[in-house]
Design a protein around this ligand. Sequence first.
Ligand code: HEC
Ligand code: HEC
Length: 224
Amino acid sequence: MKTKIALTIGLLLSASSSITLAKDAPMFVWNRTTLGMVEAASAGRGEKIAEEQKCAKCHGKTGVAEDEDAPNIAGQRAPYIAKQLADYKDGAREEKSMVKAARKLNAQDMADLGAFYAKQKPEKAAGKVKSVVMVSAGDEKRFLLPCAACHGKNGEGFGHEVPALMGQKGTQLLDTMKAFKEGDRANDHYGRMRYIASKLSDQEIKQTSAFYSAPAAAPKKKDE
Ligand code: HEC
Ligand code: HEC
């Protein structure tokens, strides 16, 4: 009797897990394999793949895009680039030209491309923006950490998960925050960015986007 019950429960569980998988795009996972690929990545190989795949057509030769339609990826963190490419390939992000570009790449290609673009110089932005409360202080009442707690003091990003925001275009940041707010972009682990964006006013979204696309947010390099 006991085995029969266990069997039924087992069947129920496997049935429900296969339903979930069919409905949702697989969520990218950081584990020993994926982190190992980022560690073993080669910027030289990445440069060659970028040439073969013509990434420059939209993102510029060094990842600084000429028009507003494509984001800057120069100076972005390598693991973040690898994850986004995997997300386009797996359908967790759906923009057509990127789904097409990512389709032909394997996981090591993605890590190599990340290593190449991470080494490129981010775009220098054009104006200065004074400090923004949400960036440096957050809001305890709404359970909102300051952006800087995760994205770094100068928007340089952190670790394998948190992207750099400095060097990005204002319009791209604005569109991305709106997409998180509306749930149109939903590839963030634990829904962290969706939660944060949903709590922000349109004005706060404008202010934080303007802050990170301004040069005041770019880290000062010693040799400059
Ligand atoms: C036909 C134009 C086009 C080509 C070719 C292209 N991209 Fe993109 N890329 C875009 C656009 C547009 C977006 C923004 C899409 C969105 O809103 O999700 C994007 C987004 C990205 C992102 C996510 C950036 C972020 O901050 O979230 C990465 C990383 C990226 N591209 C890398 C590449 C690489 C590497 C290649 C070459 C293998 C490539 N792209 C080829 C147009 C292009
Ligand atoms: C708890 C940590 C955390 C906090 C606080 C946080 N972020 Fe993020 N943010 C992340 C993570 C993690 C991602 C990467 C999501 C993914 O994998 O796609 C991200 C992604 C983003 C992106 C997408 C970047 C790109 O190139 O695609 C933007 C824009 C962004 N955050 C803006 C902000 C702003 C503005 C604030 C403050 C209002 C903020 N974040 C606060 C963790 C955080």
